[in-house]
Write a protein that binds this ligand. Structure first.
Ligand code: COS
Length: 384
């Protein structure tokens, strides 16, 4: 553990209270307006949420992976758009620097990301490179002691509010695969950085994505993460290993929330003269949801502990993301079913979660990519 037990328990209790008292009451409003009130973002900054996983030496709280997963489960008890506001700062928008950055890059950016003064964002996906991330085409050509970036990144979370992008670009046009890719730190106000219109999404209203376009965008060589060309793909994969555990934590938190809401509804709603929770077919749905959620939680905490102990958990992270995101999809579907007509109405919020959770099976690697990563690692294991 990075924090002592008492401090960590206090942090968890504070976050639980913040979620219940400050975020849950704003869920419907954020879902309708597609905007998180500025005051709530300020409160998130004050609580240190933008720096949860950033090391203490650089102004963050420095949670280890298990602690971060536990906190993320709490944060999952409300609409995922709230966590998304700082999710890139503690995840894919900062971890490239934390894991592979130079000391100078850490000192320059991490304190501002930890305080929330800067929003960080991660640019890997492109119009023609999503699951096949190594096929990306954004180029970074060397000109003296600078690089010039050209290309378009797509579906970039928090791009509309970002100050800093971690951009994966091809520095070696001769190498078509992962080896020719380099990660750059590009500040959003650099000439040649443009944003597309915020995309209109199915769910997770209040969290915004857009294209990020680089047109002859010139950055100094010191912008390369870690200072070495050709390491960007590996940096991205390491970032995603941790990110997939965190996304799993969000899925578990939302599943817990939906199970709690379904249980309450099943105890109150009466049909045929008794609460519907007394009918065995409804009980079966509740039992399946709780069992699957417990299984996901057990796996994610195990994988997080292994990562904290220094193990390579690429396979386990893929398993957790695959299982947890599919699990919360089933739990949300059952929650709609248990709520019946009410589950389909905006007023009860269940349909909003149903739309929100659909994304988890897609971003930070689709379920099919997770299956591929799992199987490839199994084959590697038997080959020794
Ligand atoms: N940690 C460290 N290094 C890793 C790694 C990991 N988790 N995964 C792969 N690598 C390394 C490999 O070891 C290999 O290095 P060498 O060339 O030195 O052997 C290199 O990276 C290339 O790996 P690989 O050959 O497996 O790459 P592929 O092009 O076959 O792609 C997948 C691998 C499909 C797994 C990858 O493209 C992927 O994860 N795609 C999904 C991307 C994604 O999640 N996108 C969502 C948007 S980001 S929010």
């Amino acid at each position: 553990m990075s924090l002592d037990q008492e401090t960590f328990d206090q942090l968890l209790a504070t976050i639980r209270r913040f979620v219940e008292e400050r975020l849950v009451p704003h869920e419907a409003e954020v879902g309708e307006s597609d905007r998180i009130p500025d005051g709530l973002i300020r409160e998130m900054r004050e609580l240190g949420l933008f720096g949860l996983s950033i090391p203490e030496d650089y102004g963050g709280i420095g949670l280890d992976v298990e602690e971060e997963v536990r906190v993320t489960i709490e944060l999952g008890h409300t609409s995922p758009a709230f966590r998304s506001a700082f999710g890139t700062n503690i995840g894919i928008g900062s971890q490239g620097i934390v894991i592979d950055g130079t000391e100078e890059q850490k000192r320059r950016y991490l304190p501002k990301l930890a305080s929330g003064e800067m929003v960080g964002s991660f640019c890997l996906t492109e119009p023609d490179a999503g699951s096949d991330a190594a096929a990306l085409r954004t180029s970074a050509r060397r000109h003296g002691d600078a690089y010039v970036l050209n290309g378009t990144k797509r579906y970039i979370t928090n791009a509309p509010s970002a100050h800093l992008f971690t951009v994966m670009a091809r520095t070696d046009p001769e190498k078509t695969g992962a080896g020719g890719i380099t990660a750059f730190l590009v500040e959003a106000d650099t000439p040649g950085v443009k944003l597309g219109k915020p995309d209109v999404k199915m769910g997770q209203k209040g969290a915004h994505i857009s294209d990020v376009i680089f047109e002859d965008c010139r950055v100094p060589a010191e912008a390369i993460v870690g200072g070495r060309e050709g390491q960007g793909f590996k940096t991205a994969m390491k970032v995603l290993d941790r990110g997939r555990l965190t996304i799993s934590g969000v899925c578990i938190g939302i599943a817990e929330r939906l199970i709690r809401d379904s249980l309450r509804y099943a105890s109150e709603r009466k049909q045929f003269g008794k609460p519907i929770g007394e009918f065995q077919l409804v009980q079966a749905m509740l039992a399946d949801s709780d069992t699957e959620c417990y299984a996901a939680k057990s796996m994610v905490l195990d994988a997080a502990r292994r990562k904290d102990a220094g193990e390579t958990i690429t396979k386990q992270a893929a398993m957790c993301k695959y299982y947890s995101s599919e699990m919360v999809g089933r739990v949300a579907d059952r929650a709609v079913q248990i709520h019946g007509g009410a589950g389909y109405l905006a007023e009860y919020g269940i349909e909003r979660f149903y739309r929100d959770v659909r994304l988890f099976r897609i971003y930070e690697g689709t379920s099919q990519i997770q299956q591929l990563v799992i199987a490839r690692n199994m084959l590697k294991e038997i080959q020794g």
